[in-house]
Write a protein that binds this ligand. Sequence first.
Ligand SMILES: Cc1cc2nc3c(=O)[nH]c(=O)nc-3n(C[C@H](O)[C@H](O)[C@H](O)COP(=O)(O)OP(=O)(O)OC[C@H]3O[C@@H](n4cnc5c(N)ncnc54)[C@H](O)[C@@H]3O)c2cc1C
Length: 413
Amino acid sequence: MPIDFTFAPEVEEVRLRVREFIDTEVRPAEEKLRADRAGDAAADRRALIAMIVMTRQTAKDWGLWLPHMPPEWGGMGLGPTAMAAVSAEAARTGMGPFVLNCQAPDEGNQHTLLHWATEEQKERYLRPLCEGTARSCFAMTEPEVAGSDPTLIQTRAYQDGDEWVVNGHKWFISGARGAKFAILIARTEEDPDLPQAANSAFLVDLPAEGWEVVRDIETMSGSHNHCEIRITDLRVPATNMLGGRGQGHLLGQARLGPARLAHCMRWIAQCETALDMMVDRSLNRFAHGSLLAEKQGIQWLIADSTMELYQAKLMVLHAAYKLENGLPFKTEVSMAKHFVANTLWRTVDRAIQVHGALGYSSDTPLADMLKQARWSRFADGADEVHQMTIARNAIAAYKDHGTTRTATGDLPL
Ligand SMILES: Cc1cc2nc3c(=O)[nH]c(=O)nc-3n(C[C@H](O)[C@H](O)[C@H](O)COP(=O)(O)OP(=O)(O)OC[C@H]3O[C@@H](n4cnc5c(N)ncnc54)[C@H](O)[C@@H]3O)c2cc1C
């Protein structure tokens, strides 16, 4: 049977090296950061940046840098399935992916530039991103229209000689403050054949006149550099269009497929951390005559989380396999994104329940993890939009073949 769930020895070696690196270098640094929290946002941010700079150097010393990019860009050249293994180790701590330089949104932007940029654009924008000397952002969502439907984008660009002039409004642009450049999506075509062909993508050097960071939006988990941006008569050289005219939607979709799966790979790690903590706590807390681990009510929480994590891992591995082998992957990624995001929410919530008041405190990472987990159910594709795609595919499969089989992973079962 050609079904093999073992990784090649070199992938397994990298996975274990990442695990050791996270356990011995990143987790202790994060714990120290948490213990030293001064409550002063600026000072805490400076300490965080110092920690990232230091651990990034250590990551390079360990040969663990930029796992998803090809060697000619300074990366480790891992494909999607190997990345699933590495991300599931790296993201067991909150900062692990940043330390290896495979964090959102830069990871998605790196892939996008690798596939869509001209050689000049790659040298100018991709190179520093890969070297870790620059950060980037991806600016698509707008406050005035539903982000779930990019055909509604109102930010407009018109051509003026060898420049484009852009006006508009964006928000929730992750990493915008301090980014060296943005990939900006704007409407350039007024009457396209398809509504999806109205937008184009631009590379915008930052900071720039006409690009105003209005605020770092305060979210339910604090401010994490998800910014509101006002764009007024921003001038972008025509050579900075990324891809062709009207290809902004295509580029966004091509970026989002792998980027969504990369989120899932990281969320699996967070689910595992929460489940490990749930079990550990249940083995050490005694109430009403026995350990929590011996109580059926707690065992159900553990069992449900265990089963869901197993399903999540299989879905991610299968979607990564499809991506790696050039097979259609969109439905599988949609199903994985929806399922893993909800598994993450449920598992962290159960872990908090088992920890009682401690779980609600900031003495453990669980409270932060829950607040972070909430956005995963609507960002990069809301649950309902994925469900819409999944149902559409199942209905189409049934109409075409008299069975929904191809819509359920197209597995040989
Ligand atoms: C932490 C965070 C980081 C982000 N980072 C970025 C970034 O870097 N760059 C960027 O461009 N954007 C970013 N976003 C924005 C994100 O991509 C959008 O939130 C997402 O696309 C949804 O758009 P919206 O918020 O406008 O919700 P809407 O599109 O208004 O949708 C709201 C709700 O409506 C429902 N809904 C929508 N469509 C349907 C449908 N067809 N059927 C049924 N129900 C439906 C869903 O419940 C959905 O959650 C980020 C968001 C967050 C929270």
